[in-house]
Each structure stands twice: as C-alpha cells, then as structure tokens.
Design a protein around this ligand. Structure first.
Ligand SMILES: Cc1ncc(COP(=O)(O)O)c(C=O)c1O
Length: 405
C-alpha cells in the first residue's frame, strides 16, 4: 500500500528539526561538543529525585500511578503557581496547565491559535523547536529583528501593518525574553515594558516562552525577572519548564494564560494525551516539598556561570577577531557569526572531521535574512578543560578557513 498517499496536509508539512538531524554527526563521544542543546546531566539532582520517587511510590501509589485531570496533578500546579506568584504572575494552581515539557505547551498553544496560513511573528533568531511546531500547524513564521536589548519595535510595527495591509491574519508574537535560545540574550526591563505596550497597541497575543529565566548569572538586580505576562496578563500565554533546572527527562512544563485560552488548550490536551504524566508531576512535587529548590538553582547558576566564563575567555584568546559572539548573562548558549560569505553549515562536516569539535549551524534559527554565517555554541556540556581545548581547535580551524578564502 502507498501509505504516503494517505498523509494529511498537516503530516506533509511536518519538518524534521534541523538540530535533531545533526545527531549522528554530534553523538560521536570523541567530539568536543558545543552543539548539544541540553542541560548538563551532572546538574540533575538524581539522588533527591530518587528519594522523591521512593516517597511517591510508598505514600501515594494509587494517585501517582493513576490518570489525572486534564490540567494535571494539582499539588504541582499549586507549587508552580506559587513560584509564578513570586514573580508577579496572577495565575492560581487552577489556572495552570501541566504539559509534557514546554514543547508540548507550545504545540497546544499552536493548536488553539493557528489555521493554515496564519502568521506567527518570531524573533530572528528563534528556537528551532518552535518553528517545527508552527510548521506542523502550517502557520507562517515571519521574522522580527531581535536586538541585544529586546524586540525591534519599529520593525514589529512596520511588519504587522504591512502584513495586515496585505490581508494576512497576524495573530501572535512568539518570544523567549530571557537568555534566549539560540542568542543567549535577555531583554531589559525597559524593552519588556515597551513590548508589553506594543502588543496591546497591535492587538497581538504574546507567546512568552521562558525555560531559561531561572538561569541568570548576574546579581538579581541586573536582570528583570518579571515576565511580560505580568504586564499583559489578558493577552499573554506564558510557558515554563523544569527541563533546564531539574530534569529534562521528566518532561514537565506548564502553561499559564487567560482562562478562555487555557480551557481550549485543555481540550487539545485531552485529544492529544488525556492528561500529562501524573507520576513525574508527583515526583517533582515531592522533590519541591522536601528540598531547597532555590539553593539548587543557585548552585546551577554558579555551575553554568563558571563554564560560560571559561568558554568566553577561551574564545577571546583563540577566535579570530572577525568572529563576533554574544556574552550571555544567563542560560546555556552563545550565538556567533562568521564573516559575511562564510557558511557555518557547509563548514561543519569538515570541522568535525578535522578538529573533532562541533557547533550548531545557525540558519535553521533564522526565518528572515541570511542565517548562513551564524552558529550556536553551548558551554553546558563539556568540562572547563575541554571547553578551552575545543575553543582553541575551533579558532584555529576558522582562522585557516578565513586565510584560505
Ligand atoms: C526556547 C525553548 N523553548 C522550549 C523548549 C522545550 O523544552 P522542554 O520541552 O524540555 O520544556 C526548549 C528546549 O530546548 C527551548 O530552548
């Protein structure tokens, strides 16, 4: 049977994540990887999570191993909401929807919002996984310039007005305000204030994705932790995740938003999964009840801050001056650009073969303009020694390439 002839239009629109497609190249353990977009497994509090799993299976197996309501395990929703309240978010546990990672929250939001052809505005660059999700709904991503401070609002206003003038349905703006994947940049307080005003003026829904907000390296005053959702609760869908802070494999994320939106996302969740995992949610809840999560976050920030400093110092020493890169104040990534005309994707196979180092080419993060010179590096995976050694090898490789042009 020609099974492919049966595929829906949505299925035909599914795209593989360009990063996941690199896995065979990057999974070679002899390669120093600046590519992996994952938290360092040493940071997972495995022992405390084991104790939490033991407690859950001993004390509440009948609940933890059962289906739950569609919004998920209420005690965890209440803890998530209480942490959100400390940031100024108004959501209660009832107004929190647990999801299978924030990736599923993105998918549910996209299901609620987009018909084929609808425009979703995204930052340039933006998170590839969100583009994959929007493509699955056949929504059309249109890029808005992201500066070091925030969204280029003049570009946002001009783009919305042009697209609406052409009769396009421009529904939402997707942003990662804090320590963005891939750029590592964080929006300033003033930029968040101005963005909140602009989305109201332009009547846009804001999809605020915040998996890295807890990973700030600086002192708390130097970074505005208040979500844009606090400024515009009626038009913001806020997504959070435990993936980068506790355990990515638990696949626990969440969504806050206007109740009318959440109840639609809840119906989408019913269709997709009945409910999120009760077991992982109850283990996380027990972990949060018995451990000092804030102390864990503090040590996590120190862990990544040290590695970021090592990598940036090594890049300063070994990279040709013509390569620019961001100095992130939190999160897991720095975003670099080769001189115009150089193509990071085209160089990668030879780079891996010759230097045993790897990065992620930037083009798939960039929906508008030429993304080929860009690449993303993470300091999350390797030890300080390997970060320095990898930067030395990569710097020498790029220097040779630049000389031979
Ligand atoms: C910006 C952003 N959003 C969402 C996700 C999805 O994370 P998870 O589904 O593990 O919460 C990621 C993962 O890398 C990300 O970088």
């Amino acid at each position: 049977m020609d099974v492919a002839a049966l595929f829906s239009k949505d299925a035909e629109a599914f795209q593989p994540s360009a990063i996941r497609a690199l896995a065979p190249l990057l999974n070679d353990s002899s390669v120093i990887s600046f590519a992996a977009g994952v938290p360092n497994p040493e940071t997972f509090p495995a022992e405390a999570l084991r104790e939490a799993a033991d407690r859950v299976l001993r004390d509440l197996p009948k609940r933890a191993l059962q289906y739950d309501v569609t919004r998920g395990y209420l005690p965890l929703r209440e803890r998530v909401a209480a942490r959100g309240a400390a940031l100024g978010l108004a959501a209660t546990g009832g107004e929190t929807l647990l999801t299978t990672g924030s990736q599923q929250a993105l998918d549910l939001a996209a299901r609620v919002l987009f018909d084929p052809g609808d425009v979703v505005l995204v930052e340039v660059p933006t998170y590839v996984g969100a583009l994959v999700t929007f493509a699955a709904r056949r929504a059309r991503p249109v890029g808005i310039v992201r500066t070091a401070e925030g969204i280029d609002l003049a570009h946002l206003r001009a783009t919305v007005s042009r697209l609406r003038g052409e009769g396009e349905r421009v529904k939402a703006l997707y942003v990662i305000p804090n320590f963005q994947n891939p750029s590592g940049l964080a929006m300033t307080r003033a930029a968040k204030d101005a963005l909140a005003e602009a989305v109201a003026e332009l009547d846009l829904l804001l999809l605020e994705d915040d998996p890295y907000g807890e990973l700030s390296f600086g002192n708390p005053e130097s970074f505005d932790r208040t979500p844009v959702a606090v400024r515009q609760p009626g038009r913001t869908v806020y997504l959070g995740s435990f993936s980068k802070t506790l355990a990515a494999g638990f696949r626990v994320g969440w969504m806050h938003g206007p109740e009318s939106f959440l109840s639609r996302a809840e119906l989408a969740q019913q269709a997709v999964a009945l409910c999120p995992s009760t077991f992982t949610a109850s283990v996380l809840e027990s972990y949060l009840a018995h451990n000092d999560y804030d102390a864990h976050l503090e040590s996590l920030r120190g862990f990544y801050r040290t590695r970021k400093n090592v990598l940036l110092a090594a890049l300063g020493e070994h990279f040709p001056k013509a390569i620019a890169y961001s100095d992130p104040a939190g999160g897991l990534f720095t975003w670099a650009s080769l001189p115009a005309g150089m193509n990071a994707a085209a160089l990668l196979p030879r780079c891996v073969a010759e230097t045993k180092t790897a990065y992620v080419p930037g083009a798939s993060f960039v929906v508008e303009g030429d993304g080929t010179p860009f690449f993303r590096m993470t300091y999350a995976k390797e030890t300080a020694e390997l970060l320095a050694e990898g930067a030395r090898r990569l710097g020498a490789f790029f220097a040779r390439e630049m000389e031979s042009r």
